[in-house]
Design a protein. Structure first.
Length: 462
């Protein structure tokens, strides 16, 4: 089924890179020397921590109608089932590229407002097509304490298009951000013991298709894949996570914690459907005798609109993906744990309702393929349904898209939030395109936008 309201793609692209070993003849005498020695190298332990991707994932996507709809769009819905997965899988993947220090890059900012001041707002203008805006945060990692894969990194912010940083409607792209806020709220209420790895527990169900225990990680996969096999919908689960986290609290969060780029940004709205009545607000950590019962937060009246800038959303995505690295900078998002972020990026860690072997859930299973297309990311084995296991990919894509028709603005819009680690670059991208003609035209514009960003990075970033 094709849904008019969709979630914005949070794309993490983990790149296909050969694992290199390097003979270092002399011990670097400074951080800069260390970066010079290791620039362009990769961490050889990335592949050793991974396991082969289960090839059944390609058939499962078709069986569950997560792709291949004749009514869908090529980039937005993967109507031709072209989505690729790396040959290897690891829930602890981190981009393995090491770069020299670059004076055009900055220490990661502590707020989106600070990031806005660093934005080169016209840098991508020569590349982007019309009716398209983008904000890109390019990341360069550096060596740290003699480790090949350091925690230290710097960022450069590039923008382009008409008002690339102005607040706009993110559509369903913000659903995973609602889940991130819900996780922080759950951790705060439970003294850190209950988060997104938990399962929702019910004494009974009005829907017989649902088990009495349902993992929140699987709900995140429903949100990104638009699965309907569990009797739940992406839009209703977006509202569920807003209810867990609290609508007004979410609105406060983007300002007090993220330091939103603009004072008039708002967040805490639902997504066109009510919270599923069959779900409870009791959460239990798997394998532990700990639980949390929350009081659901009703939708406020009037409802809070979701209106956020690309800079604020890009910063939120960056701080999720770089959660482990931000410990180095003392800027980790409060209350969250890496296990919560893993559920957002990969879905349930075990015992998934979709399959006992299920790996690529959460944002890695988003229905769009924009970043994969724009940066030509493929399974290194060269087949959509690979059977060999003699090669390893060091890339992954995490994404969440959003799309809809605005009767106020009289146009079709598509939004994209994404992180990517390619063989050349690591970056976060937030994009907005619109067309007064059709959703298909908007889909083609987003494909062109991501390809344009790829070309721009190849000419701007050294």
């Amino acid at each position: 089924m094709v849904h008019m309201v969709r979630a914005v793609t949070l794309a993490i692209v983990a790149v296909s890179i050969s694992c290199l070993t390097t003979q270092i003849d002399a011990v670097p005498t400074s951080m800069q020397d260390m970066d010079d020695e290791l620039a362009g190298k990769v961490d050889p332990t990335v592949a050793s921590r991974a396991v082969p991707t289960n090839d059944k994932i390609y058939k499962l996507r078709q069986q569950l109608h997560w792709c291949g709809s004749p009514e869908g769009e090529v980039g937005l819905d993967d109507s031709h089932c072209q989505k690729q997965f790396p040959a290897s899988f690891s829930r602890d993947f981190s981009c393995p590229l090491i770069h020299k220090r670059d004076p055009s890059f900055h220490t990661p900012p502590s707020s989106a407002k600070e990031a806005l001041q660093l934005l080169e707002s016209e840098a991508l203008n020569p590349y982007l097509p019309g009716n398209c805006s983008a904000v890109v945060a390019v990341i360069k990692r550096h060596a740290d304490d003699g480790n090949r894969h350091g925690q230290d990194y710097s960022v450069r912010y590039l923008g382009g298009g008409p008002d690339p940083s102005q607040p706009h409607e993110p559509w369903s792209s913000s659903k995973v951000l609602a889940a991130a806020h819900a996780a922080a709220r759950m951790r705060s209420l439970s003294n850190g013991s209950i988060g997104l790895p938990a399962q929702e527990e019910a004494e009974s169900r009005s829907s017989p298709s649902l088990p009495l225990s349902l993992q929140l990680g699987d709900m995140l996969t429903v949100i990104t894949s638009y699965d309907e096999s569990l009797g739940l919908t992406s839009n209703s689960l977006g509202a569920y996570f807003q209810s867990i986290g609290g609508h007004e609290l979410a609105n406060q969060y983007i300002h007090s914690v993220l330091g939103a780029a603009y004072d008039n940004e708002t967040f805490g709205g639902n997504y066109g459907e009510a919270v599923p009545a069959t779900l409870s607000y009791t959460f239990k950590e798997q394998g532990a005798n700990k639980s949390l019962t929350e009081k659901p937060d009703p939708t406020p009246s009037p409802p809070i609109p979701n209106t956020m800038s690309s800079v604020t959303m890009a910063e939120w995505v960056r701080r999720l993906v770089m959660f482990r690295e931000d410990a180095f900078h003392g800027q980790q998002l409060p209350h969250l744990k890496w296990e919560d972020v893993q559920e957002i990026l990969y879905g349930a860690a075990s015992n998934s309702q979709f399959a006992p072997w299920f790996q690529w859930g959460g944002m890695s299973m988003s229905s769009d393929i924009y970043l994969q297309q724009g940066f030509n990311l493929k399974d290194s084995r060269g087949k959509q349904h690979p059977t060999q296991t003699d090669s390893v990919d060091d890339w992954v894509v995490f994404s969440k898209l959003g799309a809809g028709f605005s009767s106020i603005r009289d146009r079709f819009e598509i939004t994209l939030n994404g992180y990517a680690c390619t063989p050349e670059y690591e970056f976060v991208l937030t994009g907005l395109v619109h067309s007064g003609v059709s959703l298909t035209a908007a889909d083609e514009l987003m494909q062109s936008t991501v390809s344009a960003v790829a070309k721009g990075l190849s000419e701007i970033i050294q």
